[in-house]
Design a protein around this ligand. Structure first.
Ligand code: XMP
Length: 319
């Protein structure tokens, strides 16, 4: 792609000019954005870059292992795999307000990055895969008082006290352009096609208080759901699909017994850039097969609903 080839060259020149011979750490989330940012920056400055993959205990099933393997197998980029799940989960203990969750997670990310910035011998820059839609959704509406839709943890507001300057080479791009750039940079197609995954992870797919027990249930249900979507060949038609575990238990029957377990909501949307979205029109057969599988295979869930809210008025995530 000619356009992305030119963009790549220009971005590399800008990164070199911004960074000079300083060290950079890049927060890797396993998503397309941060991966493309990392590969691009590595091409620009080589081993001045160290990637830090923070496992905050809020990842999907097998995600940490898959991401680390993808990077170690395909790239020679120095990579730190930081298991910080105890740190994040204990800070989130008892927290149910969505913005408090986001701020708690954002603050801990900063702490963890700062720690590693020091460990790699004094990194001066933090690289992030911030995209254009992240930038605009985080700014205030014009007119009236400032209203922030959400504090995307990976945007702008990183406090100056952090002492790290930001490198954000994807700030002008939309998702489809990032995917084109990833293709241009030779990232595996399976990786480029991954659904977006938010920085706060499963925390914002588990409304109410987060517990390890709930996260374990959510991970299993989510894995069954994604497996269903792949088996039916629908993964690439969908922008994003996931399960939200609801903070509500309902009564059911199974065999001769009464159950009292969690309800979950399936979410799947189509979108071009995440700014607006429509719910995906699954067939009834698909939905009932998936509900049956989740209830049979996931202990702790006895009711499955499908979220048919578009964006707007809903958001894609539940929090
Ligand atoms: P919403 O829920 O705002 O999501 O409609 C739009 C897109 O952004 C993702 N998202 C995030 N990504 N950090 C991220 O890196 C965040 O804090 C965050 N919040 C939402 C969401 O998954 C969807 O793709």
């Amino acid at each position: 792609d000619w356009t992305m080839g030119a963009y790549r060259e220009e971005a590399i020149a800008k990164i070199r000019a911004q960074v000079g011979d300083a060290k950079v750490i890049c927060g890797l989330s396993g998503g397309v954005d941060s991966s493309v940012a990392a590969v691009l920056i590595h091409e620009a400055i080589g081993d001045q870059l160290t990637c830090v993959f923070v496992d905050h205990g809020l990842l999907r099933q097998n995600e940490a292992a898959e991401v680390v393997a993808m990077f170690r197998d395909n790239y020679n980029i120095p990579l730190i795999h930081a298991d910080e799940s105890d740190l994040f989960l204990s800070a989130l203990d008892g927290v149910s307000d969505p913005e408090v969750k986001r701020k708690t997670i954002g603050k801990l990310f900063i702490d963890v990055f700062q720690k590693h910035a020091a460990e790699v011998g004094g990194a001066e820059f933090l690289a992030q895969g911030t995209l254009y839609p992240d930038v605009i959704e985080s700014v205030s509406f014009s007119g009236g008082p400032s209203v922030t839709i959400k504090s995307h943890h990976n945007v702008g507001g990183l406090p100056a006290k952090m002492g790290l300057k930001l490198v954000e080479p994807l700030r002008e791009l939309f998702k489809d352009e990032v995917r084109a750039l990833g293709h241009e940079l030779g990232l595996p197609a399976s990786f480029i096609g991954r659904h977006p995954f938010p920085g706060p992870g499963l925390a914002i797919r588990c409304p109410g208080e987060i517990t390890r027990e709930k996260l374990a249930i959510l991970r299993k249900a989510d894995a069954v759901y994604i497996d269903q979507i792949r088996r039916h060949g629908l993964y690439d038609e969908i922008w994003q699909a996931f399960v939200a575990l609801l903070p509500v238990r309902t009564v059911g029957v199974m065999g001769d017994g009464r159950t009292y377990d969690y309800a979950c909501a399936l979410r799947a949307v189509t979108s071009v850039d995440g700014m607006t979205a429509d719910y995906y029109p699954f067939t009834h057969d698909f939905l009932s097969e998936t509900a049956t599988r989740i209830i049979n295979e996931v202990k702790g869930i006895n009711r499955v609903t499908y979220d048919i809210t578009s964006k707007p008025p809903g958001t894609i995530e539940w929090e």
